[in-house]
Design a binder for this molecule. Structure first.
Ligand SMILES: [Zn+2]
Length: 333
């Protein structure tokens, strides 16, 4: 693993896709979750994306076990704390960890309980690693038709408002793509806007540029993935004029086959167009990567070391941290 002497940022990182494999294995055994594995070695492939994965929705199936073992407060706290330890080891200066509270209500927890459990882990992680800063993003979810979980999504928005400034920094919308039009989820973002909640949205990953257009209509300042925007240059110009920051996750996109390979990825072309591109991991365990691997891939894709610095500057600018912290990080860079 190479390391980069830079204040590394990861703005797009899912908690449930970034559980230390050893911890996941322990929790599976502790909680008596049935899995087709008898050893850690057999277990690890069950929480990683297989080679030759069909599409994003097949990638999403790999969250089944992680979500199952994240239904208790103690598990959420432990997983959050350990992820922060892991991020610190990889030299991350600032990360935004996201999760969907409504995915953790299958047993006794409420959305609010799940958030509080993660915030306890955040507190523990930050005190153990004083050199790292972390913000939590709460995800609303797309499971299918927007009517299935609109109430739960609106609750997530209200809770984002309630915990803003207490560890939570923004709202996101994640989940399955291409089942219903993304625009159907406008009420989620309307409420977020009304409550002045900062927002980002997954779009333009397995689906085309029109979904990025929907996300921009939601009034987001950032887009998760968004790489298919490059198929619509007029939309690229709109995003550029708005100063939208793109949370690009190259290995995720290759693993989930939303682009064929690193060479076909639009990332560098988006960057050359003048879009504010950033580099992120999406899921460290699911894809078996950390931020240093993604920087390696970027250099192989034609980015220079100065480009990496510029993408970190973009991440600082687009991050949901307080303005005074941004100045400090820019000075460091
Ligand atoms: Zn994501």
């Amino acid at each position: 693993m190479s390391t980069y002497d830079l204040p590394k940022f990861d703005l797009h990182l899912h908690l449930d896709g970034s559980i230390l494999p050893e911890t996941a294995w322990e929790l599976v055994q502790e909680q008596g979750v049935a899995v087709e594995a008898t050893t850690l070695e057999e277990f690890i492939p069950l929480i990683m994306v297989p080679k030759g994965c069909r599409d994003v929705n097949q990638c999403l199936e790999r969250f089944e076990i992680p979500v199952k073992i994240m239904q208790e407060a103690s598990a959420l706290t432990r997983i959050t704390k350990e992820l922060i330890d892991w991020l610190a080891e990889t030299g991350i200066a600032y990360a935004e960890i996201r999760f969907a509270p409504q995915l953790h209500t299958q047993k006794a927890l409420t959305q609010k309980d799940a958030i509080e459990a993660v915030l306890v882990g955040l507190e523990m992680g930050l005190s153990a690693n004083p050199d790292i800063k972390v913000g939590i993003i709460l995800c609303a979810m797309v499971f299918g038709a927007e009517t299935i979980n609109m109430e739960a999504n609106l609750e997530t928005v209200r809770l984002t408002k309630e915990y803003l400034g207490k560890g939570v920094v923004a709202l996101d919308l994640a989940g399955a793509e291409g089942i219903v039009p993304l625009s159907n989820f406008a009420p989620v973002f309307d409420l977020a806007k009304e409550l002045s909640v900062p927002r980002t949205c997954h779009a333009g990953d397995s689906q085309g540029p029109d979904t990025v257009s929907d996300a921009l209509d939601f009034g987001v300042t950032r887009v998760g993935h968004g790489h298919h925007i490059y198929e619509d240059l007029a939309l690229c110009q709109r995003a550029k004029d708005l100063g939208i920051v793109f949370e690009v996750c190259p290995t995720s996109n290759v693993c989930c086959q939303t682009t064929e390979n690193y060479n076909t990825h639009y990332m560098k072309r988006m960057y050359d167009f003048g879009l504010k591109v950033t580099v992120n991991t999406d899921n460290m365990t699911l894809f078996g990567i950390d931020i240093n691997d993604e920087y390696d891939r970027c250099l192989e894709m034609g980015f220079t070391y100065d480009d990496l610095k510029q993408m970190i500057a973009n991440a600082i600018e687009g991050s949901f941290m307080p303005e005074e912290d941004k100045a400090e990080f820019l000075a460091k860079l």
